[in-house]
Design a binder for this molecule. Structure first.
Ligand code: NDP
Length: 341
């Protein structure tokens, strides 16, 4: 079976590629340039079951046509993971909303045009951001589940980069469900979405940390390299380990019960204070040198500043146990320290 993975060079996607290859699948990845694609192939020791196609910019119309024209007939499963995840922009439509929505639209159009008879399963990497707007994530009275939808509109999400990113995930996911509804007589695939909370955990390749870092891992990196008196922003929300996010992408297309489902990946709620508590206890070389905040105050912060999450349906569907917060943070920080030294 051949699986297409968009954005294969990314933090989450490289774990997915690794898990797919380990499970015996053939993988066609997409990356933005020849150079990035060759770099990834090399990291995977030029595994003969992995090949790469160039998709330079998912914001461009018909971005996936060439790749699917060439390879579509081989592909049975499509995992669409590429989407912009950064917050350094004020042009929210151009840099976040349009690429996210167009990328989803163009990969589905390419399937319809070139692989309607071969693609059986599509999994879209959405987010908790599609389930709840930032304000609702911090509302103690809200309960986020697999049925929730971010209430922001195309206009109301464009107040800051975080809301706009969240909007981009909502509108991209909605594009996919609407596409399926409109084309169910022409395409044969079933759709599932993966909606993770904040994703932490080690990079598959430690080397990846040398050429910049993905946005969610940067939250941990900043705390690891904080100074004792630094003020820090207390991020809060659901978290999940990248190794579980990767595994869920496989289960999502392998288990028939996952068809048509939104899989909400959350092990527990977390906040930055709790990250600092773990770093200060588990890493003697950091203790007393990095920010401490108010040790032990994390859970009361969450009681006052966070929604609740109920993903019991997802846990039952997936049927495997998630990495806990402490192991996730210890593994993330150990790798970061390895690179610093
Ligand atoms: P990364 O930034 O590592 O991965 C994003 C991938 O998308 C990269 O391969 C990137 O390529 C590619 N990409 C972004 N914009 C474009 C574009 N315009 N054209 C072509 N490719 C593009 O982040 P993650 O691995 O964390 O994110 C992967 C997915 O998971 C995203 O859909 C994200 O929204 C979702 N997600 C992530 C969470 C997290 O906390 N990390 C939480 C919930 C969902 P390049 O690096 O070359 O630009």
């Amino acid at each position: 079976t051949t699986v297409f993975v968009s954005g294969a060079t990314g933090f989450i996607a490289s774990h997915v590629v690794e898990d797919l290859l380990k499970a015996g699948y053939k993988v066609i990845g997409s990356g933005r340039s020849q150079e990035k694609n060759e770099g990834l192939l090399k990291k995977f020791n030029n595994n003969p079951n992995l090949s790469m196609e160039i998709v330079e910019d998912i914001a461009a119309p018909n971005a996936f046509d060439k790749a699917f024209q060439r390879r579509g007939k081989e592909i049975k499963v499509v995992l669409h993971i590429a989407s912009p995840v950064h917050f350094n922009t004020t042009d929210f439509e151009k840099d976040l909303l349009i690429p996210a929505v167009n990328g989803t639209k163009s990969i589905l159009e390419a399937i319809k045009e070139y692989a309607a008879d071969t693609v059986e399963k599509v999994v879209i990497t959405s987010s908790v951001a599609a389930l709840a707007a930032p304000a609702d994530m911090q509302d103690v009275s809200s309960v986020v589940t697999e049925d929730s939808w971010n209430r922001d509109t195309w206009e109301s999400c464009q107040t800051n980069a975080i809301s706009a990113y969240c909007g981009s995930k909502k509108f991209a996911e909605k594009t996919a469900w609407d596409f399926l509804e409109a084309n169910k007589s022409t395409v044969k695939f079933t759709l599932s979405t993966i909606n993770p909370g904040f994703v932490f955990g080690p990079q598959l390749f430690t080397d990846s940390l040398k050429n910049g870092i993905n946005s969610s891992s940067a939250i941990i990196a900043k705390l690891v390299s904080s100074k004792v008196d630094d003020k820090f922003y207390n991020y809060s929300g659901p978290f999940i380990d990248v190794r579980d996010v990767s595994k869920a992408h496989l289960v999502a297309f392998e288990k028939p019960e996952c068809a048509g489902q939104r899989l909400f990946l959350c092990e527990d709620l977390f906040c930055s204070q709790e990250v600092l508590d773990i770093l200060n206890v588990e890493f003697p070389q950091l203790r007393g040198k990095i920010a401490a905040g108010e040790p032990g105050s994390g859970s009361s912060f969450l009681t006052k500043h966070s929604c609740k999450c109920d993903n019991s349906k997802t846990k039952k569907l997936l049927g495997f146990k998630f990495f806990n917060f402490k192991d996730c943070i210890v593994d993330t920080a150990s790798q970061l320290l390895e690179v610093q030294n």
